[in-house]
Ligand binder design. Structure first.
Ligand code: NAP
Length: 515
């Protein structure tokens, strides 16, 4: 906290943040012992040779192993079609983990002990017979079996059905589904029904790795473990909310997938709406899976529909054209690998959402996400209303910034008097530096936390079936509106802050994106 105790006598609000810091400091002096899982499990990673598995899941499992959090008998089995031996797969995984894990955290002895858990099984998930072979390979069904589907969603239904036929969907088994769950309400319902026919809902983990981020969970702590914000967390005090997830990357190797999906389906339908839910939800009666998800669902159901011609006033689609990022020339989206030359897929979307309920009526929620933007950043901005009566010249309204990327931090912008003669006001930031307060050596990756939750069977941070379907129910009419009132994507140069029209979305209400 940069401007700590010095301000709390003058500025209401500071004192409570100071209390937060004191609590952090107390906790950091006596760290809470974290549990080591004793449940032995088989972690089966379908799509084990894919980018998600090698880039995210295996490094997360390596870290959990290194930190001693996996039970001794836990085994990891990667599955894909490529005919690889166990040794081939281990060396592929080692190469990718070495590149991904910080140098200080990677050592050969730890890798070798991790690799003993690691095996590979070649199979085609569209072939029922291959699941028979798999069942024989898994000698014990007395262990927790986690089926992590790191594959395209069009394989989910086959995998669930074949697992059932092969007798692999017993009561100790769990299934993890990666986003996107479908590409529309109907396809999401079909996937959910197929999975639900085999696994009851308590054993289905729909992962959204944003919910595994420390700062996102801290948003809940900030709101529900502190009395300070609750009275002002509502329409009377909040002017508007912004949620931005900006990437500098393009589509990389995912052109074929992305061109069928676009920013709305790939990002907004899941990550941004989940963040919106956490900002807007009521306090759950308990911090458990059903109570938390009941409250998130109510937010999704209260989203004011955007359909038909509404899309023209409340949404902006964009697509990047050639430009420069970090001094490097990058091509237009339609020249990316595996993308149609006349593609009209959006690589950027911004929209103005409203939540029709008692707490939020009339408060705009501005959401935006895009690729090839000037800066990588993911943040939530809670913009409070200005003071009702101005005593001083100048000054800005308070704003709470919850940043998920590039660094995780929470800061509250307050107005303070600048030193010297006269009441010259300047914004100062009360910075909640969580990494420092907890003296953390290493930030956990979201996948580490979520994988442990799956093994423990805790689905609080995973999306329930009705949540996913409610999100699609709101998104589908926007997609239809784009189609019916043909809204072609507005071009924006790579390395810019998106199409001009996205700025216009706020400017017409006298507001601007937080940059
Ligand atoms: P990917 O690199 O294309 O990997 C797909 C994997 O599925 C490969 O291991 C592939 O191996 C396997 N596969 C495909 N068809 C198969 C079949 N019939 N039988 C068995 N295995 C099969 O894709 P990805 O980037 O890892 O993404 C996977 C899913 O996760 C996608 O839906 C994506 O949208 C989602 N996702 C990815 C990320 C990420 O960071 N990459 C993040 C969030 C969500 P073989 O070809 O050898 O069979």
């Amino acid at each position: 906290m940069r401007h700590g105790l010095g301000y709390d006598r003058h500025l209401p609000g500071c004192s409570a943040l100071v209390v937060i810091l004191h609590k952090c400091a107390r906790r950091s002096a006596k760290p809470c012992p974290e549990s080591v899982l004793t449940v032995p499990c088989d972690m089966l990673v379908f799509g084990g040779t894919g980018d998600l598995a090698l880039h995210k899941l295996l490094p997360a499992l390596y870290h959990l192993h290194r930190d001693g959090r996996l039970a001794a008998q836990t085994r990891i089995l990667a599955l894909a079609r490529q005919p690889l031996s166990r040794a081939d797969y281990q060396s592929l995984a080692e190469r990718r983990c070495r590149a991904q894990v910080a140098r200080a955290d990677f050592d050969t002895a730890t890798w070798q002990s991790f690799a003993e858990r690691l095996d590979y099984f070649a199979m085609d998930v569209s072939q029922s017979a291959d699941f028979g072979r798999l069942a024989k390979r898994l000698d014990s069904h007395e262990r927790v079996q986690v089926y992590y589907l790191a594959t395209a969603p069009d394989l989910f239904e086959d995998i669930a059905a074949h697992l059932a036929t092969a007798g692999l969907a017993g009561p100790l088994s769990r299934i993890v589904l990666e986003k996107p769950i479908g590409h529309s309400l109907d396809s999401a319902k079909a996937i959910n029904a197929a999975i639900g026919a085999v696994f009851d809902e308590s054993r289905v983990f729909r992962i959204d790795h944003y919910l595994g981020k420390e700062t996102v969970q801290n948003l809940m702590a900030l709101r529900f473990a502190n009395a300070l914000f609750e009275p002002i967390w509502r329409a009377g005090h909040i002017d508007h909310v912004q949620i931005s997830v900006c990437e500098t990357l393009g589509v990389e190797n995912r052109g074929a997938y992305y061109d069928r999906s676009g920013a709305m389906r790939d990002m907004l339908q899941n990550h941004l709406l989940q963040l919106l839910c956490l900002v807007a939800m009521e306090a759950p009666v308990r911090f458990d899976a059903e109570a938390v998800r009941d409250e998130k669902l109510k937010v999704l159901q209260a989203l004011k529909p955007i359909h038909g011609l509404d899309v023209q006033d409340t949404t902006v689609r964009g697509q990047y054209v050639a430009g420069k990022i970090g001094g490097q020339e990058v091509p237009a989206y339609y020249f990316e690998k595996n993308v149609d030359n006349d593609s009209d897929t959006e690589t950027f979307v911004a929209l103005h959402a409203e939540i029709d309920n008692w707490r939020w009526a009339g408060v705009p929620f501005y959401l935006r996400t895009g690729k090839r933007l000037a800066k990588k950043s993911s943040e939530i901005v809670i913009q409070f209303k200005p003071v009702p009566h101005r005593l001083f010249n100048g000054g800005e309204a308070n704003c709470l910034l919850i940043r998920l990327q590039p660094e995780e931090r929470i800061s509250l912008q307050l107005m303070a008097k600048a030193p010297g003669k006269g009441m010259r006001l300047e914004p100062v930031e009360l910075d909640l530096n969580l990494a420092q307060a907890f003296q953390q050596k290493r930030r956990w990756d979201a996948y580490e936390r979520l994988l442990l939750d799956v093994i423990e069977g805790d689905s609080t941070l995973f999306m329930r079936r009705d949540e996913v379907e409610a999100a699609w129910s709101w998104i589908d009419p926007i997609l239809r509106g784009w189609h019916e009132y043909y809204q072609s994507p507005r071009p924006y140069p790579a390395g810019s802050s998106g199409p001009e029209q996205a700025h216009g979305l706020l400017e017409r209400h006298g507001r601007a994106w937080h940059e």
